[in-house]
Design a protein around this ligand. Structure first.
Ligand code: TXA
Ligand code: MG
Length: 318
């Protein structure tokens, strides 16, 4: 594809110029690829929503180089500071009260809070620091579809709508960042991700509140639509068999009841490997046009919680 550019210094410069011109880029991060634009400009953020076909009430994450830049745009209390110090740069987003320093209202969907993340991907870091302002970036897929974990995936989702996609290799994490909100001295888990509530509790020494889906009063992440991250093919979870016209996503040994094609999520049953492979596997399974995508049982422990969260949403069984 001629809009995919390898991440050398010339092309990183090209990406920065594209952002300065108010245009969008496909941007690698360690979690998934982002559809990035100037977070301070309403017209640019509107373009992000239009390109993704995303409902406007969904606020976006502002990507920064680190805490120094983040502090200009969000109000970090002691707890939020501690979380940023422990987990940045990395696959964790912190929602804090917004400072009126320039991130546009549309990026925050008119909320008084702002979601901020400092990715640890070196290419993302170079682009943000060269641009010098926060980059609003949702995952670079059409709303409701599977998040892209390679530059090719971005091109497959949005290629004709994007002039510049920077190829920073396959995403190492493969799942969107963990999102926590820090409000009124409490930490709320808003989206499961690479870092678990237990990881955060251990590092910060404070309880992480996990909102129940049934709790009306619990703070929610507006982006947590029930059906999300979906392939076009129906999915069935916790499967132990699959017919010839189905594709099986395996976790270790492939059961004898699997008659057709399978894609291995992790031969050695390593959950980090499953996370990194999951979206690619769903995308590839979808491309084979099977009747159903069957998925092996993935243990719901540690990173398995975030993996199962995405699987349940993809299957629409929540
Ligand atoms: O890993 C990631 O986070 C990727 C990469 C590109 O950085 N980005 C990503 O963005 O997943 P997106 O837009 O698909 O998800 C943003 C999430 C949504 O669940 C949204 O509701 C939540 O962050 N969010 C953003 N601002 C918020 C706010 N002010 N309050 C609560 N949740 C917020
Ligand atoms: Mg997304």
């Amino acid at each position: 594809m001629n809009n995919i550019y390898p991440a050398n210094s010339l092309n990183i410069e090209r990406a920065i110029e594209t952002l300065q011109n108010g245009e969008l880029i496909g941007l690698p991060t360690e979690t998934v690829y982002g559809l990035g634009g100037d977070a301070t400009r309403d017209d640019v953020v509107a373009k992000i929503f239009a390109t993704k076909n995303r409902p406007n009430f969904n606020p976006l994450i502002s990507h920064v180089t680190g805490l120094e830049m983040a502090s200009k745009y969000g109000v970090f209390d002691e707890i939020a500071l501690k979380i940023a110090e422990k987990f940045w740069q990395g696959p964790l987003t912190i929602v804090v009260p917004k400072n009126n320093a320039g991130v546009c209202d549309l990026a925050c969907a008119g909320l008084e809070t702002i979601a901020i993340r400092a990715p640890n991907h070196p290419v993302a870091q170079e682009i943000i620091s060269g641009f010098g302002k926060p980059i609003a970036a949702p995952s670079a897929n059409v709303s409701g579809s599977i998040s892209p974990t390679s530059a090719r995936d971005v091109a497959a989702e949005l290629g004709d709508k994007l002039g510049v996609i920077i190829d920073g290799g396959d995403c190492i994490v493969g799942l969107e960042s963990t999102v926590v909100g820090v409000f009124d001295g409490e930490i709320h888990l808003l989206r499961k991700g690479f870092f678990t509530a237990a990881d955060i509790e251990k590092a910060i020494g404070k309880r992480v509140l996990t909102p129940s889906l049934n709790d009306e009063n619990a703070p929610k992440s507006p982006g947590m639509l029930l059906r999300h991250y979906s392939p076009k093919t129906p999915m069935i979870l916790n499967a132990e068999s699959a017919d010839e016209d189905e594709v099986f996503l395996a976790f270790g040994k492939v059961p004898t009841g699997v008659k057709g094609a399978f894609i291995q999520l992790s031969e050695s049953q390593n959950l980090t490997e499953v996370a990194a492979n999951l979206y690619r596997a769903m995308r590839n399974a979808d491309l084979q046009n099977p009747k159903t995508i069957k998925v092996a049982h993935i243990p719901n422990v540690g990173l398995g919680e975030a993996i199962n969260d995405r699987l349940v949403r993809a299957a629409g069984t929540i």
